[in-house]
Design a protein around this ligand. Structure first.
Ligand code: SAM
Length: 304
């Protein structure tokens, strides 16, 4: 094995890391909010890295983004107004815009520069989503933006924020106070979904985020997808005021995707929906045993 050259290295825990050999450094800089790197790697193609955490890789970003977006969109019978909190590289927008029922998508990201850098170097992730007439871009803290919105404004709220790192900009997007605010801004049958970190390397984050969403929403469901570039199965948590994704069988999901003319997915379909929501015994036990609810006064942090 040849270990020469330049390598990207990311901590999984305080005692484990993964590393990818870099073909080309495309962009390295620092915004007001975070360190930004765009690199081309041998195994995963172009990658966006924020504060030393890999956000998206060309090879499998579609797994993460389809998993985050489509269960919510399919579980809602007619999603029209969607809010994306975070979403930097624009791939969440790309997936949401596949639904003709959507009349508006507001994307609120803290960092204008991440969007500009993504447009310049990662056009294949966002396609033309930022220039779509249904999209409104707002540069602000997601929570502050939500506080100013009228109640019951959205059918779906998708939280695609960076991981909760100590001192990072997104820690207050994973707390009970935040999810209560999200709930109040959703219509009576609205749903929210959030990424919930690595199931195996930050299990406490995953189970606490689930427990916290469960404390706020009548329906809370944890699910997972394997994202090879993250070197882990990734966790997601969906909170709903009415509809339950577990009530959809594979045929229902496939029929709805067909009726809504969503044909070009690579990861998500009826069977994938079912398998994502079926967690193995050890994870079910872990979620059942979890007692801690994340609060503003006691946030949860992932290893950095
Ligand atoms: N796919 C990613 C992942 O989980 O690895 C997350 C994607 S996206 C690039 C994360 C975005 O969240 C970044 O563009 C960052 O600027 C934004 N963000 C972080 N904290 C935020 C906040 N408080 N309000 C709004 N956006 C925030």
């Amino acid at each position: 094995m040849k270990l020469g050259g330049v390598w990207y290295r990311e901590a999984l825990t305080e005692t484990a890391f993964f590393s990818y050999k870099i073909k080309k450094l495309i962009y390295v800089g620092e915004t007001r909010y975070q360190k930004v790197e765009v690199v081309d790697t041998y195994d995963y193609g172009k990658c966006l890295i924020l504060d030393g955490k890999l956000q998206s890789s060309a090879k499998d970003e579609w797994v993460y983004h389809e998993a985050l977006v489509h269960p919510l969109m399919v579980t809602h019978p007619n999603p029209r107004n969607i809010l994306v909190i975070g979403g930097g590289e624009g791939a969440v927008l790309r997936e949401v815009l596949k639904y003709d029922s959507v009349v508006s998508v507001v994307m609120v990201d803290l960092d204008r520069e991440v969007i500009e850098i993504s447009k310049k170097y990662l056009g294949e992730f966002c396609k033309n989503s930022f220039s779509n007439g249904k999209v409104k871009l707002v540069f602000s803290d997601g929570r502050k933006f939500l506080e100013k919105q009228p109640k019951e404004s959205f059918d779906g709220i998708i939280v695609d924020a960076t991981d909760p790192l100590e001192g990072g900009p997104s820690t207050l997007l994973y707390t009970k106070e935040f999810y209560s605010l999200v709930r109040s801004r959703l219509r009576k049958d609205g749903l929210m979904v959030t990424q919930a970190t690595s199931i195996y390397h930050s299990p406490q984050c995953f189970s606490r985020i689930y427990k916290t969403v469960e404390a706020v929403f009548p329906v809370a469901r944890a699910f997972k997808a394997d994202v090879p570039a993250y070197s882990s199965a990734w966790g997601f948590v969906l909170g709903s005021k009415k509809y339950d994704p577990l009530k959809l069988n594979p045929k229902d999901v496939d029929r709805m995707l067909k009726e809504r003319k969503i044909r070009n997915l690579k990861f998500y379909d009826g069977l994938t929906h079912q398998t994502m929501f079926i967690l193995p015994k050890n994870l079910r036990k872990m979620l059942q045993k979890e007692k801690e609810i994340v609060k503003d006064s006691k946030p949860v942090f992932m290893a950095s």
